[in-house]
Design a protein around this ligand. Structure first.
Ligand code: AMP
Length: 394
């Protein structure tokens, strides 16, 4: 009988899943993964096995009736029919925000689920959907242990200084502080560096998680020191559709002078800004790189400029820089963005090996570069599966 751990990563209009086989003798093996995209609009269910063979490829009608519960049933049915006798040991969830109190993966109880729901205003794009998936599993499989793995948890090692805003201290006490996100990605990439390049991992490292959501993290001896993201996943780098660092006065101006209400400001900052807003073309870096439009170039230049600024700031937080690591969709796939970032970071002792960079090798700095540069693919799902296994005591 195949024993497995199901990992769920739920977004506003998508539910991604991965199934890892558990075997006492070795690490976890991915046996299937897939997603439902276009929930609420034009749902498309696609699942593949670990060889890339398609297990399901369905466009669902009646979009209005398709919710997370429906998606979970489809995933459960798929596993039952394609993997006869499979036994799920537990479900691990990516939960974006753990707030002040959840600083490690945790076995979920009804009380904790309600507490996570109460954190939804801190991550309105993600948290409500994370909680909806947890509740859907609890309803469909009441006996199934569920583990929440938080994007904020990895950063709880940061000093108070790096979690503060210059607001009255009572705000900090109330939880208005810098949390940092993408922690599961940083934890995974750090673990790869630790395993494969322990000397590098022991130094002062900045990891750049450059995906649709993007952030950077300063890591010393494997521990998070500072992060570009703050109280919510809006701060720091410019992202696909999110503005990134912003003078808070802009928000006041939009409300007071331009009469935008709170929902309109939220929509602007989360969904209509970033690469999409600046370029007026797309949030997809591939589209912008292929475009001849001047505003596409402007958006790319500002994206790189913000990475360079954050890199300087994060290096300062550690008193130096030994290594820079690129990860996630843009960081893993775009040699030209890596090159542009490294060109602006020469003052930090970075010298790129252009051939290795174009070939997408793991080490992409030249032999003589005082600061080394790396490309390490992220795997948040495997990190969640590992945490889930540990929490289940396996
Ligand atoms: P993620 O959120 O990690 O899945 O990353 C999504 C982002 O990666 C999108 O902006 C994509 O445009 C970008 N991306 C994926 N492949 C490439 C590529 N070959 N070149 C540039 N950007 C890419």
């Amino acid at each position: 009988m195949t024993k497995a751990i199901l990992v769920l990563n739920t977004g506003s209009s998508s539910l991604k899943f991965s199934v890892f086989e558990y075997d006492t003798a070795s690490d976890l093996h991915l046996i299937a993964k897939g997603q439902v995209e276009g929930i609420g609009n034009a749902p498309h269910f696609l699942a593949k096995d670990h060889h890339g063979q398609i297990l399901a490829d369905e466009y669902w009608q009646d979009a209005a009736s398709i919710d997370h519960a429906h998606c979970l049933l489809a995933i459960a049915n798929l596993l039952r029919t394609k993997y006869l006798g499979i036994k799920l040991l537990g479900v691990g969830h990516r939960v974006v925000h753990g707030g002040m109190h959840y600083s490690a993966p945790i076995l979920l109880t009804p009380g904790i689920i309600n507490a996570l729901d109460a954190l939804s205003p801190l991550a309105p794009l993600h948290q409500p959907h994370n909680v909806a998936a947890i509740r859907a599993v609890a309803k469909a499989m009441p006996e199934m242990p569920q583990i929440a793995c938080f994007d904020t948890a990895f950063h709880r090692s940061q000093s108070e200084i790096n979690q503060l805003f210059g607001l009255p201290y009572s705000c900090f006490e109330r939880g208005i502080r810098r949390y940092g996100f993408h922690g599961l990605s940083y934890e995974y990439v750090s673990s790869v560096l630790q395993q494969q390049e322990p000397e590098v991992a022991a130094g002062k490292v900045v990891i750049a998680h450059l995906g649709n959501g993007a952030s950077m993290c300063a890591i010393q001896n494997g521990q998070s020191v500072a992060s570009s993201m703050g109280f919510t996943a809006l701060d720091g780098l410019m992202m696909g559709t999110r503005a990134g660092r912003l003078d808070a006065g802009v928000v006041l101006y939009l409300q007071q002078q331009e009469q935008l209400d709170v929902r309109q400001v939220e929509e602007l900052l989360y969904k209509r800004s970033g690469l999409l807003g600046l370029s007026g073309i797309s949030s997809d870096m591939r589209v912008l790189l292929a475009s001849q439009e001047p505003h596409a170039q402007l958006a790319i230049d500002y994206f790189v400029h913000r990475i360079s600024s954050e890199l300087g700031s994060l290096a300062a937080s550690m008193g130096g820089l030994d290594a820079l690591v690129f990860s996630a969709g843009i960081g893993e796939n775009s040699a030209i963005i890596r090159q542009k970032v490294c060109e602006q970071a020469q003052w930090l002792g970075i010298e790129l090996d252009h051939q290795a960079n174009k070939a997408g090798e793991q080490c992409i700095s030249s032999m003589n570069s005082p600061t080394s540069v790396w490309m390490i693919p992220s795997n948040e799902e495997l990190m969640i599966a590992r945490h889930t296994r540990k929490q289940l005591g396996l």
